[in-house]
Each structure stands twice: as C-alpha cells, then as structure tokens.
Design a protein around this ligand. Structure first.
Ligand code: DBV
Length: 258
C-alpha cells in the first residue's frame, strides 16, 4: 500500500492507532508556532510490512510525523501499529541548543503484556542547576499529582536513570477496561499538563551565550547517542523492517543529533 503523505507534517492516518489523541494534541499546540516540515525521506515517512505465518499474515504500519520551528530543532513521532495488539507512540521534541530547554519525551507502548507509559521533560544537563532549577519545581508538583494515581512502572535500566528528571511519569498499566479508564482519565490530562508546561517554557525561552549553547549541545548529543544505542524498540523494529532500515531510522531520523 502506498502512503499519500508527501512530507512529515502531513497528518498520520493509521486505523486503530491507540495514541492518536496525544499526537493530535501535540499538533494543535504547534499550530501557532509556524512549523515547517522536518526533512524525512519517503522510505521513513511510511513503512508497511507483514509478519506471522504466511497462511495468516498480520500487517504492521509505521508512520513518522515531524516538524521544526524557530526554537525547536526537531519534533518527531514514530507511530506504529502491528495487527490489533501492538501500538507504539514514541514522541521526542528537541529544542535548539541555544535555549536552556529540556527534551520532551513520551514513550507510550501497548504490547500483549500491557501498556507502558513513560513521560518526561528530560534535561540535557541533569546536574546543571541553571538548566534545571527554573522548571523542575513546577514539574515535580505536576508529576506528584498524576503519578500518585497510577500503578508504578517498576525498575528502569540503571544506566538510563541519568537521562530522566525527578518528575519522570512512569507506569505499567494492565490491558482491558481498567487500563482504558486510566488512559482516558489520568494519562490524557497528565500528558496535557506536561505538554502545556513545556510550551510555556518554549514561549519564555531566551537565546543564550555561545559558551552556554555549546555546553547544552554536548548534553543533547550525549542523550541522543544513549537513546540511539539503547533503543528498547530496536529488536521489534528489526523484526518488522530489517536491520539496515532500522539502523538508518534510529540513527538518521529518530536520534539524528550525534
Ligand atoms: N522506545 C524508543 C523508540 C521506540 C520505543 C524510538 C519506535 O525510544 C518503544 C519505538 N519503548 C518502546 C518499546 C518498549 C519501550 C520500553 C517497544 C518496550 C520494550 C519491551 O518491553 O519489549 C522510555 N521505553 C521503554 C522503557 C523505558 C522507556 C524506560 C522500559 C525499559 C526498557 O524496556 O528499556 N525513554 C524511554 C527510554 C529512555 C527514554 C528507554 C532512555 C533514556 O528517554
């Protein structure tokens, strides 16, 4: 099947994709910031493949949405739906390094074993008080309000911890009506709170000195390299779309600042 999307800013249309609400909210927020498409080749804008037995092949579709603005180097979303069960939204918003802004990261994943929710404003320089003090206080109160209403996410890889803020919203939610209720009553308003707060930070962000900008750039590159190296979806993407395509996708599209 061909995609009718000519650039990364055109709407994503994957039937039954569970996370459409969250991408729609993100698109709405960016609409007032004169966004322009992010350069992504067709091969990565849309990809379709089949898996499972030849007698009963199942379809997997992946679409990539993306944009850039004056202060945002890249906002991109990997949108994947595999058959009925597996539904993935991996959204990362990366500011230009000449603003003291964190990354916006959302990893919403539905697998046969349940839903995984990872949402955060991730510092490029976690131990740098100038980079974090002005947003962490408020973000911690937003986090406290929602995390207390969700099941815990459990342990995360030790080496990944330094890339998360203390306000990392992290949960593993069961499938079924209880899970659906938590997603509509807790995850949706929580996402809106994190997204609205992030956009407030963008609006108020001022250009910084060259010296400070290069410090933030180093922090951003370290984050991107880590995420490219340790992408938990690598195995799944390779199984669906092959090794070579997956390595290009992860390193040249999803985490392309290295
Ligand atoms: N995660 C990605 C991309 C994905 C993606 C690009 C295109 O970075 C999906 C898809 N994340 C994805 C999938 C899983 C996870 C897990 C499919 C489930 C893997 C599985 O259980 O088989 C946040 N994502 C996770 C986990 C965390 C995150 C903590 C669980 C631990 C794990 O399985 O590794 N956000 C994610 C993350 C970092 C981050 C790992 C690291 C700094 O910022």
């Amino acid at each position: 099947m061909q995609s009718n999307r000519n650039n990364s800013l055109e709407p994503v249309s994957i039937s039954n994709w569970r996370w459409a609400y969250f991408l729609d909210e993100t698109i709405k927020k960016f609409s007032t910031f004169e966004p322009s498409p992010y350069p992504i080749k067709n091969d990565f804008l849309f990809r379709e493949s089949f898996f499972g037995s030849s007698s009963n092949p199942k379809k997997v579709i992946l679409e990539t949405w993306g944009l850039k603005t004056e202060k945002i180097r890249q906002a991109r979303c990997a949108c994947l739906q595999a058959d009925e069960m597996t539904s993935v939204m991996n959204l990362v918003i990366s500011p230009f390094n000449n603003y003291d802004l964190p990354f916006f990261g959302a990893d919403f994943v539905t697998l046969p074993k349940g839903h995984l929710i990872a949402l955060d404003l991730q510092p490029a320089l976690k131990d740098d008080i100038v980079h974090t003090q002005y947003f962490l206080g408020k973000l911690k109160s937003i986090h406290a309000n929602w995390q207390s209403k969700l099941p815990l996410g459990g342990d995360i890889p030790l080496e990944a911890r330094k890339y998360f803020s203390p306000a990392f919203l992290w949960s593993r939610i069961p499938l079924g009506s209880e899970g659906d209720q938590l997603i509509s009553e807790i995850i949706k308003p929580a996402f809106d709170d994190y997204l609205n707060f992030f956009f407030d930070l963008i609006v108020n962000a001022k250009r910084m000195s060259l010296e400070r900008s290069s410090k933030v750039l180093n922090g951003q590159k370290k984050y991107m390299r880590y995420r490219a190296e340790k992408d938990p979806a690598r195995g799944m993407l390779r199984a669906f779309f092959g090794n070579e395509w997956t390595e290009q996708y992860i390193n040249n599209i999803l985490f392309d600042l290295q």
